[in-house]
Ligand binder design. Structure first.
Ligand code: 4AD
Ligand code: MG
Length: 433
């Protein structure tokens, strides 16, 4: 039988128990160190947080404590004291010090530019900011899974390598597939629209790839895509699921990541503004609002990022659904609204600071209509033919959407870019480390 060994004491326990005089053994890394003549102050870091440990000159561990460097690893034993000047108001009077690894000089300091921080990203992840961001990201992903399971959706994955592209365009990564050409997936959707013939309600969270050269703060070339597809669902159902799961995730993060939100100094007002149902406007109303607010735009234009962010701001600085885009701006799979011909049964969910966060629609169910639009889109009909079987054998009304996980997580964290919401962001200039 195997026994799973886990670290039993995290720094968290010291701050939760607040037991003056109690001894704790902590395993961690040197976050900061200050060496004085008669004292060494070590701020120790573990995955929970930081605590100050002090060794006096008369301690048998004093000499060892003086040898430590930033990010040396250690096991420390100490007694809890109140100390208003220490982070969190408590410190440990050091009793025992076991140096696990002294290490080399840590190559990160506050003077590094973004390029160098990028080169050392694997080490930068130890920063309090990135640790908090990764924890929030983990809650976001877990909560999305939990929500979908509660609603009876089945998690199912599509391949990342495929002979067809679903979104088309120049944003496709081509890869050599032996002596043939394949593409890295841009979306799970082609597969999803077929899965629903079996599962009815399905979802996936997986990486999507976009060969987008745009260097905006909101684009990476590999992002995690939360995608949902449901048979018998219409546009209204689709939007209700989208807003409900967003609310669910936010509630979960607020409950489980209080400390991380504090570390990131997230202004809570962004969450207070989130009230369901989200505001729903049509593309036409959005254009009118933008014109009223001085934007140079006309009906038929696609929104630029600043306009999307503007709309979220004008409608209460919160999430806003925009529906019924002109068909010319939409992909071949978005349905047409019979009540407003020429416009789609589609929506984009816009978020303050971020812009587009979700793209969804009730799909075009008719085989002939979709073929006409597919031809126009330039997507290889031959390689996409299998996809159309979803419209050949018992086509049903259905709807779905895709949400960029990093865009959502970055909005929660109040970041001004999505690179801080993914441990190793891939951009046109970077795929190292
Ligand atoms: O708008 P997109 O391209 O829509 C689709 O891929 C649909 N097939 C989804 C579906 O209906 N199943 O992408 C969906 C979302 C965007 O709204 C955005 O949040 C995110 O994916 N996204 C990106 N995130 C980061 N970097 C990029 N380059 C992104 N491209 C899209
Ligand atoms: Mg889109």
């Amino acid at each position: 039988m195997y026994i799973i060994r886990v670290v039993l004491v995290y720094i968290e326990k010291v701050f939760k128990e607040k037991k003056i005089g109690k001894e704790y053994e902590i395993k961690g890394w040197v976050y900061r160190i200050r060496k004085m003549k008669d004292k060494v102050f070590i701020v120790v870091r573990d995955s929970y947080g930081i605590i100050q440990v002090v060794f006096d000159a008369n301690s048998p561990c004093f000499n060892d404590a003086e040898k430590l460097k930033m990010e040396s690893s250690l096991i420390i034993k100490g007694k809890v004291k109140e100390e208003p000047k220490a982070p969190g108001g408590y410190e440990l009077q050091g009793i025992k010090l076991e140096i696990v690894h002294i290490g080399e000089d840590f190559p990160i300091n506050k003077d590094l530019n973004e390029e160098l921080l990028g080169d050392r990203r694997h080490l930068w992840l130890r920063s309090r900011k990135m640790t908090a961001s990764m924890k929030i990201r983990s809650t976001v992903l877990f909560a999305l899974h939990e929500y979908m399971h509660k609603k009876g959706f089945t998690e199912i994955h599509a391949p990342s390598l495929s002979g067809a592209t679903s979104e088309g365009g120049s944003e496709t990564f081509e890869v050599k597939y032996f002596d043939k050409k394949a593409y890295l997936t841009q979306s799970w959707q082609f597969y999803a629209e077929n899965f629903i013939g079996a599962l009815e309600k399905a979802y996936a969270i997986a990486p999507s790839f976009r060969a987008e050269k745009s260097k905006t703060p909101w684009h990476v070339t590999e992002f995690w895509h939360f995608e949902v597809e449901g048979a018998w669902m219409d546009l209204k159902d689709d939007m209700i699921i989208a807003e409900d799961c967003i609310k669910y995730v936010i509630t979960k993060v607020l409950a489980e990541n209080k400390k991380d939100l504090e570390i990131l100094e997230v202004n809570k007002s962004r969450f207070e503004n989130v009230k369901t149902p989200f505001k729903r406007i049509t593309y036409k109303e959005a254009i009118d609002t933008l014109i009223k607010n001085g934007h140079d735009i006309k009906y038929g234009d696609d929104f630029k990022s600043a306009e999307e962010r503007g709309l979220a701001k004008y409608y209460g600085n919160t999430f806003v659904f925009v529906t019924n885009y002109p068909l010319e701006l939409l992909k071949f799979y978005h349905g047409e609204d019979p009540k407003n011909p020429g416009t789609g049964t589609n929506f984009n969910l816009l978020a303050p600071d971020v812009g587009e966060m979700i793209d969804g629609s009730q799909r075009e169910p008719d085989l002939n209509k979709i073929i006409v639009r597919l031809k126009k889109s330039g997507i290889d009909l031959g390689m996409s033919d299998w996809y159309l079987d979803s419209r050949r054998y018992g086509s049903v009304p259905h709807a779905g959407f895709g949400l960029g996980v990093e865009r959502f997580a970055a909005w929660i964290c109040g970041f001004d870019n999505i690179r801080d919401s993914i441990p190793f962001p891939r951009t046109p200039n970077r795929f190292y480390p």
